[in-house]
Ligand binder design. Structure first.
Ligand code: ATP
Ligand code: MG
Length: 446
């Protein structure tokens, strides 16, 4: 295991943990994503340390520290060092992967080589020690330089062991802006159906990271067959000719092009990736070309099913579904229409809706795009309505249900109907948002 001269900057807790374990006769290395990202000159999100000590031995070495035992079954002891949690994971050999889902057993080993061999891709299979340098047994550094995702060992076998690696390959390629090495690429397409065996939560996690990556566009386009395994709803959109002068791309490509020009925000990108998913099933053609009436509500139904299936949190499902539903609805730049929008969406989601419309427009055929400049008027109106403290919903209305009951309106559904009626009139500027004016109006109307 030849070392080399490369020096990585380790955070103090990582250096301290490695030193302490070494003093007690154990091996310890920074490993995986943190080594990869450091070599790429990026700041690692977190630092993983792989150690030759068993979990019990690790706990013993850090017996004076606070320890969190949640991952011990898998060999991970979390130690609080300098106030920060650090994961120390015993060198592992993964057992047989009987169901392509998770290792049927975890066995510990004293060999770093074994631990690196079980890792998914060469760029993720490097370890680093301050005195020994980088341990790179599979050409990870070469692949970093070539910007390649390559399976450690035989890709077919590695995907058979754990089908999630197929999606992880796409995720890393998207996030790092890498290509996928030929044999690994072939195995991904061949073995894609193994993703059927993977839990929705694990799929969701990798898919979201993929969607936010710098090369999301290339990966979403090149691997739509793989993504269709867990997103069968996208398959009809791939290659679907829109028969429209407004579009230079098929439905799928249009959605991906919209993702590609968007800010890397998860809700925004989920909406854009699925925004026209209702088009294939609502398509009809006449002498003027293709039409997709009600494709947005249809898309909202489809996307809701997808997100529930992938176990997204309820608020994400709701947000994305509502934004898909509304992505195509025109918003006149008037206070009235913006107030109605504010009833349905938070200010943050209105900003998202504008970003969604911007990206959707940019992904239309040149010369047939609505200008994106006009979209800035909407957030400005939101700001003005906020500054004026103008009423746009029932909680801002100057009368409440109790006020109506006090003037003799019977308790019951009529109260709600009247309140909503008043709100509409206030928003339309037909009545001032003033208690006595509103009550007088009601009394004269009755
Ligand atoms: P990120 O910066 O996104 O966290 P990461 O490389 O740390 O990237 P993790 O998913 O946190 O990715 O995994 C940590 C390390 O564990 C990986 O670098 C890899 O060595 C190994 N690993 C994780 N999942 C698998 C898997 N399914 N099969 C093989 N090795 C894996
Ligand atoms: Mg990580």
């Amino acid at each position: 295991m030849a070392g080399n001269q490369t020096t990585l900057l380790l955070p103090t807790p990582v250096r301290t943990a490695i030193e302490r374990l070494n003093e007690r006769g154990f091996e310890a290395y920074a490993v995986g994503g943190c080594v990869r990202d450091s070599l790429l000159g990026k700041e690692p999100k977190d630092w993983d340390v792989t150690v030759s000590s068993t979990p019990d031995e690790t706990k013993e070495v850090f017996s004076d520290c606070r320890i969190i035992e949640t991952g011990v079954k898998h060999g991970t002891v979390t130690v609080l060092l300098c106030g920060e949690p650090l994961e120390l994971t015993t060198y592992r050999l993964d057992g047989d992967y009987l169901d392509n889902r998770h290792p049927s057993s975890v066995s510990f080993t004293r060999s770093l080589e074994d631990d690196l061999a079980r890792r998914d891709f060469t760029v993720n299979a490097m370890a680093y020690h301050p005195a020994r340098g980088i341990v790179d047994l599979y050409g990870g550094r070469d692949d970093l330089a070539k910007k390649l995702i390559r399976a450690v060992g035989d890709p077919n076998k590695r995907f058979d062991e754990d089908g999630l690696r197929i999606l992880r390959a796409l995720r890393f390629a998207s996030v790092l802006g890498f290509s996928i090495e030929e044999a690994t690429d072939r195995a991904i397409h061949e073995k894609k159906d193994l993703l059927c065996n993977i839990s929705p939560e694990r799929i969701r996690e990798e898919f979201c990271k993929l969607l936010l990556g710098v090369s999301a566009k290339e990966i979403l386009l090149d691997y739509s067959d793989v993504l269709s395994v867990f997103l069968p709803e996208i398959a009809p959109a791939v290659g679907f000719d829109q028969k429209s002068v407004y579009h230079c791309y098929d439905v799928y490509r249009h959605m991906v092009e919209a993702v590609a020009v968007s800010k890397p925000d998860l809700v925004t990108r989920l909406v854009l990736y699925f925004h026209d998913i209702g088009k294939p099933s609502t398509f009809y053609e006449d002498e003027r070309g293709g039409h997709f009436r009600d494709h947005a509500p249809r898309g909202a139904e489809i996307v809701e099913k997808i997100l529930l299936r992938l176990r997204f949190p309820n608020d994400t499902v709701e947000r994305v579904t509502n934004l898909v539903y509304r992505h195509d609805t025109p918003i006149p730049p008037t206070e009235k229409s913006v107030k109605r929008l504010m009833q349905k969406f938070s200010d943050e989601d209105i900003d998202r809706l504008m970003e969604i419309k911007r990206c959707d427009r940019l992904a239309h055929a040149e010369g047939h795009r609505e200008p994106v400049e006009s979209l800035t008027a909407i957030p400005e109106l939101v700001k003005k309505i906020r500054e004026d403290a103008a009423c746009f919903n029932l909680s801002g209305l100057a009368v409440k249900g109790g006020d109506l009951i006090a003037i003799g309106i019977p308790e019951g559904p009529e109260v709600g109907i009247l309140l909503n009626d008043l709100l509409e009139k206030v928003i339309d500027g037909e009545l001032p948002n003033d208690k006595s004016a509103l009550l007088t109006y009601l009394q004269t109307k009755r």
